[in-house]
Design a protein around this ligand. Structure first.
Ligand code: NAI
Length: 281
């Protein structure tokens, strides 16, 4: 039986994934800011100290990991300090922890990592490139500053930027020898709107709620946390041996609705020099 860490284990998709893993006989170390039976490490991932605490507690409790599910996250609700918190939890709460735990994952030889992205990364318009760049550089303060002029839509833009950044970081990292080369399979699961407390917080907000209800979902309904957890478990299984740096979109068709012609797309000739350098390795 395997040994897994699930962040965000107290609620929504993280809780559903932890329940499924435990029901299959695996050991799960649950990490969350909310204390409950499903959580072993109570910590605030929006602070560096909180992330260090989670990282160290896991290192102290096991000599290897078969997988990690990064499901702790904050949605685009408004609130004091919310922009910083979205950036810290959604991006640093994934990147910092995975950097710490990489050696534990490498020890298992065939570990799997599932990062919760979002279809917000590809369906929210006008996300500033400088916000994403700041997040990828680990500069939360610069990311927050970059959205100062955006008023009430700033949380939505920060949320989408956080999901672009964490997805891009995952794809860049997944293919490196220190990850793919030692058997770690790092992939992103990108849900659309899923019925969880995070979505309910958005639905309760007058402007955001209206936007979420109007957002096109071709299959006609919000996703279900346990259905997403089944995808998580599949991406943790042996079936994911060849899945590396992939983004699995499970969103009822919203991304296809808006972006059907944007991917797949041939490498442009403008990018050929870089492509040839990458080709040669
Ligand atoms: P949720 O709100 O049900 O669960 C998120 C968990 O993260 C909660 O248990 C919460 O306590 C924990 N968390 C929040 N801030 C934390 C902090 N500072 N430190 C430690 N833990 C913290 O949310 P849900 O919907 O299950 O979301 C899981 C992931 O999926 C998130 O990354 C979210 O962005 C993503 N997602 C959610 C969608 C949705 O419609 N529900 C759609 C697409 C992606």
């Amino acid at each position: 039986m395997g040994r897994y860490v699930v962040t965000g284990a107290a609620s929504g998709m993280g809780a559903a994934a932890a329940t499924r893993l435990r029901a299959s006989g695996h050991t799960v170390i649950g990490v969350d800011i909310t204390a409950c039976d499903a959580v072993d490490v109570v910590t605030d991932l929006s602070t560096e100290q909180g992330r260090d605490h989670a990282a160290r507690q896991v290192v102290l409790s096991t000599d290897h990991l078969d997988g990690v599910v990064l499901a702790a996250g904050l949605g685009p609700a408004a609130g004091r300090d919310r922009l910083r918190q979205i950036a810290e939890v959604n991006v640093s709460g994934t990147v910092d922890l995975l950097r710490h735990w990489r050696p534990l994952l490498a020890t298992s030889g065939d570990a799997k990592v599932v990062v919760l992205g979002s279809n917000s990364a590809t369906t929210v318009p006008g996300v500033p490139a400088r916000t994403v760049a700041a997040l990828l550089a680990g500069d939360t303060a610069a990311a927050v500053r970059s959205l100062r002029m955006f008023g009430p839509v700033a949380p939505t833009l920060m949320y989408a930027a956080s999901k672009i950044a964490v997805t891009r970081w995952s794809r860049r990292t997944a293919v490196l020898p220190a990850w793919a080369g030692v058997g770690i399979r790092l992939n992103v699961l990108a849900p659309g709107a899923v019925q969880t407390p995070l979505l309910e917080e958005q639905l309760a907000h007058p402007r955001q709620g209206k936007a979420v209800r109007r957002f096109p979902i071709p299959v006609g309904k919000f996703g279900d946390a346990d259905d997403v957890a089944r995808w998580v478990c599949f991406m943790l299984s042996d079936a994911a041996e060849s899945l590396c740096g992939s983004v699995i979109v499970v969103d009822g068709g919203t991304d296809a609705h808006f972006r059907a012609d944007d991917w797949p797309r041939a490498v442009s000739l403008r990018r050929l020099p870089r492509y040839l350098r990458q080709f040669r390795g």
